[in-house]
Design a protein around this ligand. Structure first.
Ligand SMILES: Nc1nc2c(c(=O)[nH]1)N[C@H]1C(S)=C(S)[C@@H](COP(=O)(O)O)O[C@H]1N2
Ligand SMILES: [Mo]
Length: 164
């Protein structure tokens, strides 16, 4: 965790330390915008709320950027990042994630479209203002709520995302 943390320090976990943190599960569908969705998987890993307690954000933090391998990133409102059932998943249906699906850790955000859940997560940046991630810069909706069908940026309403 880096960016505007409460103590202005970076917080890191080795794989071993991360694996020792409290383990939670959540059943969640992955809604992809362009492919078939993965339904009903049980994800296991570390809750974002656990990480937030260990590395709290500073008072000005309103958003996060979740950074992954290969330059992928996704931005989230802090409230979406810390919502119940949002996990740094290490397991799916009781098995460690495969490389293809995000080993060693991916973010699972059950209430948002799947691009908001980076695979191969490397770090999370607390931000004092919103900034678009990889797909959000390339035409996907800044918020990505599947129940509101927020797929593309042209559907954004004023206030849904930062100015272009
Ligand atoms: N690092 C990274 N994470 C990513 C992506 C990506 O391209 N790179 N694609 C996203 C999209 S668009 C979807 S639909 C899901 C797909 O997850 P799956 O490969 O486990 O089915 O991963 C998301 N996370
Ligand atoms: Mo996707």
């Amino acid at each position: 965790m880096f960016g505007v943390t409460a103590d202005a320090d970076k917080h890191r976990w080795s794989h071993e330390e991360f694996s020792a943190l409290p383990y939670e599960t959540a059943v969640a569908d992955l809604h992809c915008v362009t492919k078939f969705s993965m339904l009903g998987a049980e994800w296991g890993g570390v809750g974002t709320r656990t990480i937030l307690e260990l590395a709290p954000p500073g008072p000005t933090a309103t958003h996060v950027m979740v950074w992954a391998e290969y330059g992928f990133s996704a931005n989230l409102r802090l409230s979406d990042f810390t919502a119940p059932d949002v996990l740094f998943a290490t397991h799916r249906d009781g098995e460690p994630l495969t490389a293809e699906h995000g080993f060693p850790v991916r973010l699972v955000v059950p209430h948002l479209y799947a691009w908001k859940g980076p695979k191969w997560v490397r770090g999370v940046e607390y931000m004092s203002a919103d900034r678009r991630g990889f797909w959000e810069e390339r035409g996907y909706h800044n918020l990505g709520d599947p129940w509101r069908e927020q797929r593309y940026s042209y559907q954004e309403e004023p206030g849904d995302g930062p100015e272009w």
